[in-house]
Design a protein around this ligand. Sequence first.
Ligand SMILES: CC(C)(COP(=O)(O)OP(=O)(O)OC[C@H]1O[C@@H](n2cnc3c(N)ncnc32)[C@H](O)[C@@H]1OP(=O)(O)O)[C@@H](O)C(=O)NCCC(=O)NCCS
Length: 142
Amino acid sequence: MRFGEWSDIAPPTTFLYTDKIHEQPNTGVGLAKAHLRKVTLDNFSECMSLKVNESQQEFIAPNVKSLAEAYVNPTLSPLAIYDVKVAGYEKPQLPMVGFIMYEITAGVGFILRLMIEHNYQRQGYGRAASLEVIRRLKLHRF
Ligand SMILES: CC(C)(COP(=O)(O)OP(=O)(O)OC[C@H]1O[C@@H](n2cnc3c(N)ncnc32)[C@H](O)[C@@H]1OP(=O)(O)O)[C@@H](O)C(=O)NCCC(=O)NCCS
């Protein structure tokens, strides 16, 4: 893997929690790793095409709406979720697995949106992406 060539995919965007595996009650989930990248011209179509199960649609806004909100609201940070295997590559070699968006406003951070494409759910990506965003929020100097 090649690191450090792309400002938006620097190593801190990768969250690894294999050291916490014994704290994960869901077998296998502890091995999953999420890598977060900006949503750009290259991947926004894929981001908009991600789907959750029909029964979950009421819980989350469509990604196209979240991206539109982020376009007009600079306090929002929309990020694409990938498996950590794509870290360091210019173009992801694997499909996007989900989407997460957080907000920092008035000195407080919020995770506003989180969705994992239905084919990739229950593999630990949702947890790993959430923890990575929480880590970023803790690093933010309010
Ligand atoms: C909620 C969601 C993001 C979880 O993502 P995921 O990658 O499947 O979750 P993970 O594999 O990381 O699992 C994280 C935890 O959630 C649990 N979980 C995940 N899906 C679950 C489900 N359908 N029912 C019960 N528990 C579930 C896992 O068991 C795990 O808990 P554990 O570690 O204590 O066992 C995903 O189901 C989703 O996109 N749902 C639709 C959108 C949504 O509801 N978003 C949240 C509101 S904004």
